[in-house]
Design a protein around this ligand. Structure first.
Ligand SMILES: Nc1ncnc2c1ncn2[C@@H]1O[C@H](COP(=O)(O)OP(=O)(O)O)[C@@H](O)[C@H]1O
Ligand SMILES: [Mg+2]
Length: 363
């Protein structure tokens, strides 16, 4: 088996070739050619375990996409997202089988979701203090008691992403106000006269998703604009964790979340700190974020398994407390594209290749 081959595993998507992130993968293939690494993009469904081969896509000499059949590469970069496509069920057994093959090494193995992250991190002596109080929703009484404890709560699907299915609930006299985003990403606001009528509504949703409950934190600037900090931390060509970029996602002031898909905008993190905080406040925020950056990736690797990169979502509340909101093991790069930070975009794209090269040399 060729030791210097890297496979990028991805999902189906409309278009030619039929997968997302084509510009990103093109970069990896082209740089791979210069570095002596053959990079092939493939779908989990295109692996033939009997022949130990797969069908995939790469670029020809002229930079045109071409299909090829090749031995299963010894190194795999997993970029499979699960957005409820019809393929999910067919992917999983293939990926599990690939994971169990001898001599195949995934650069990183995906984190399982918000609840797993919470349970791992709550055992860390310093990192735990950055976690908002979190519980898994088990019954409706629990929600009622949280609503008595906190002015507003947030309900989030355990394995969701892009802010889909996130709801904020607040008590106002005896009514319950719920805000969120509906199926087509359209914001909604509903008022329920009683906790009972809220329950009927919530039950109709919870059947589909498992939910987490947290206090709703005011992750806003003093002007009331919701925002969060996004860090991309990656393994580099020497196997060390480095922060490739940091940015701010600002939501619309009426939005309950600040996801880009919910219409947010991107800003430079350091400019943002300078603009909205005093130097003393900025320094405090920076030092807390530095602790998370330095500690979290290694800790997760130790307790979860190999990781090649993580996107860390951090919230800062109106008292400048820093909160660890989410960790994504298949982070997007859109935020750096929006910032037009070409250097961060390029570095974020190429780091997995250099890390793979480092692994190839050390095997
Ligand atoms: N406890 C919270 N209080 C207030 N806002 C929150 C809270 N948790 C998350 N958010 C907001 O909702 C967004 C989405 O939540 P997140 O946990 O990252 O889920 P997703 O997987 O949908 O991105 C966050 O980026 C943040 O803006
Ligand atoms: Mg998120």
């Amino acid at each position: 088996m060729e030791n210097s081959a890297l496979g990028i595993m991805t999902v189906h998507a409309p278009g030619k070739p039929p997968f997302p992130e084509r510009v990103f993968f093109r970069r990896l293939i082209e740089r791979g050619q210069k570095e002596g690494i053959s990079v092939i993009v493939f779908h989990p469904t295109a692996i033939h375990f009997e022949t130990q081969k797969l069908n995939g896509f790469t670029l020809d000499q002229k930079g045109k996409w071409q299909t090829i059949t090749a031995p299963i590469p010894p190194f795999i970069y997993d970029r499979c997202f699960y957005l409820g496509t019809k393929y999910n069920r067919t992917y999983k057994p293939q990926i599990d089988r690939l994971l169990s093959l001898k001599g195949i090494r995934f650069l990183g193995v995906g984190l399982k979701g918000k609840w797993q992250m919470y349970q791992l991190v709550k055992n860390h002596p310093t990192l735990a203090s950055y976690l908002p109080p979190t519980e898994r929703v088990e019954n409706l009484d629990q929600i009622q008691s949280w609503l008595q404890r906190y002015p507003s709560i947030i309900l989030k699907p355990m394995s969701g992403s892009l802010g889909i299915g996130v709801m904020k609930a607040s008590k106002s006299n005896s009514a319950i106000i719920v805000e969120g985003r509906g199926k087509n990403n359209v914001p909604f606001r509903k008022s329920f006269k009683s906790f009972q009528s809220f329950c009927t509504f919530f039950k109709s949703r919870i059947e589909r998703w498992k939910y987490l409950i947290q206090p709703y934190l005011t992750l806003k600037t003093q002007h009331g604009v919701p925002f969060d900090v996004r860090l991309l931390v990656q393994k580099d060509g020497t196997g060390q964790w480095v922060t490739t970029g940091s940015a701010i996602r600002m939501g619309q002031s009426k939005s309950i979340t600040s996801n880009l898909h919910g219409g947010g905008k991107a800003f430079s993190f350091h400019q943002f700190l300078e603009q909205y905080y005093t130097p003393v406040q900025a320094e405090k925020i920076n030092s807390k974020i530095a602790i998370i950056e330095r500690t979290l990736p290694k800790y997760l690797e130790k307790h979860h398994g190999p990781l090649v990169e993580i996107g860390i979502d951090i919230g800062i509340d109106s008292d400048q407390n820093v909160w660890l909101i989410e960790v994504n093991s298949k982070p997007g790069r859109q935020i750096f594209e929006q910032l037009q930070d070409k250097e961060a975009v390029l570095k974020s794209q190429l780091s997995p290749l250099y890390y793979a090269k480092y692994l190839m040399r050390s095997y």
